[in-house]
Structures are given as C-alpha cells and as structure tokens.
Design a binder for this molecule. Structure first.
Ligand SMILES: [Cu+2]
Length: 263
C-alpha cells in the first residue's frame, strides 16, 4: 500500500508522530503553516479593522471585536490549508508516473478526535459569544426604551423610507441625532428585505405584516450607508440610501425644515 520507508505503520502513535515530524516535506509544510498563520494574524489585527466601515456605535465596535477575534482564531486553520497548498505547489512531482496515495487520514483515530474536538470548541465559542452579545444588545434596548427616538423603517422593492413617528417627518434619508438611543421598527411592503445601516453595526429582517425592532446609539458624527442585506429581486443590489449622524441641534433644524415638530 505505501512504499515509504518511514515506519508509518508502527503501532504506537507517538512513534508515528515523531517519524512524521522528521520528514522534510512535513517540516517544510509546518514552516509554511507558521508563516501563513502569522500573515493572517497580522491581517486580522492590523489591516482588517482599517478595511471595516467607520465605527459609529458601540454595536459596530462589538461587531469589529467579533470579526477580529474570529479572524485571529481561524488563522491557524487557514494557515494550515495555505501551508499544505504552498508545499504542494513548490514541491510538485515531476515525471509521468504519480506516486501512490498515502493511507487515508480518516482511519487515523487521534487526528479524527482532535479535529472534531477543535471544530466543536470553535462552534461552541461562536454560539456562546453570539448569545452573550445579543443579550447585551437586548438589555441596552430595554434600558433605553423610554428616551429612544422611534424610526419606522419601511422596505419596498427597491427603496427604503423612514417615518419619524414622534416628530411627524417622513424621509428617504436616515438622519439621526448623535448620542441619542434610536429604535428602528422595521417592516416591508412586499417581499423580505433586510435593513442594514452599515456603520451602526445592526441588521434586521424587514418582513411584510410584521414589525421587527433593532436598537442602537449612534456615537460618531458622519455619513451612514443604508443597504438591503436580503436578496429581494432584480434591483436588490441598488436598494440603498444614505444617512447622517448629526448634532442634536442640526437634527432639530432638519425636523423643522421638513415640516415636523420637535418632541
Ligand atoms: Cu431589499
């Protein structure tokens, strides 16, 4: 089955592992893996946050933390895949006859146990982290409920519109005052959409005959992109509008200018 002269089939796993690590191709793969892992960690910690949209709420900050943490956690896995690929590409077999396949890895008990455990732990971390984060967001929404401004968000093929219930203003731009909690009550007039004010770090489905709510507190002045994050038909990709986080005074002026009243 295998014509390697390494003691691949020795019964003790320890001896097999030691012999494996002494093989030059495995050693090279290990070095490539370490280099790629380091590259992915640097990308995750340094460059990735720079490529993310501007952080304009604590929810978006939490989102960045999750993205960076999961990039770093998964770096060794991506590093191993790239390590094996690099070794394979730089050490291609030359000639007509390909070498015979090695023994199938699925028969290797320790390897199967380790990869199942590691994947299981990653999944568990993701679930627990997600639930904790959702819980924090839900608590913040409850605490802020009284002072929050309510914006009714309506999705339809293929535009967004915003009704400021307490101010009596309707707009196709999302204008929000800084440092004031906001509750989005989201619905759809037709198919399923998903309301995504990118820089605020929240996203929620927009469904017909149903109101879904999401809460955040904008904490930075500047422009917001509002997109649809649910494939909703031909012009889904163009279902976007803009918005802005403005000062409290500018928000009041905007409300008055649009025929509303300041509560
Ligand atoms: Cu849509």
């Amino acid at each position: 089955m295998s014509n390697h002269d390494e003691p691949d089939l020795k019964p003790t796993p320890g001896a097999r592992a030691t012999a494996l690590l002494k093989r030059p191709d495995v050693a090279r793969t290990a070095v490539f893996t370490i280099i790629w892992t380091a590259i992915f960690v640097v990308l995750g910690l340094v460059f990735y946050p720079k490529w993310m949209p501007t952080i304009m709420s604590t929810d978006m900050k939490a989102m960045e933390r999750i993205m960076v943490a999961f990039t770093v956690i998964s770096a060794p896995i991506a590093g191993l895949v790239m390590g094996i690929a690099t070794q394979a590409v730089t050490n291609r077999h030359k000639g007509d006859t390909p070498p015979p396949d090695g023994p199938a890895i699925r028969t290797n008990g320790p390897v199967v146990v380790v990869w199942s455990l590691v994947s299981g732990i990653f999944a568990l971390v993701a679930v627990v982290w997600g639930i904790a984060e959702l819980n924090t967001m839900a608590n913040a929404a409850t605490t802020d409920a009284k002072e929050a401004i309510h914006v009714q968000v309506i999705g339809s093929q293929w535009v967004w519109s915003f009704k400021y219930v307490d101010q009596g203003v309707e707009s196709d731009k999302l204008i929000l005052p800084i440092d004031r909690p906001v509750e989005f009550d989201v619905t759809s007039e037709d198919v399923n959409h998903s309301f995504w004010p990118v820089q605020l770090g929240v996203k929620v489905d927009a469904n017909k005959l149903q109101t879904t709510t999401v809460h955040t507190v904008p904490n930075k002045l500047g422009a917001i992109d509002v997109k649809c994050a649910e494939l909703c038909g031909l012009y889904h990709a163009y279902m976007e509008t803009s918005g802005e986080v403005v000062t409290e005074d500018n928000f009041k002026n905007w409300v008055t200018a649009n025929g509303g009243h300041n509560a």
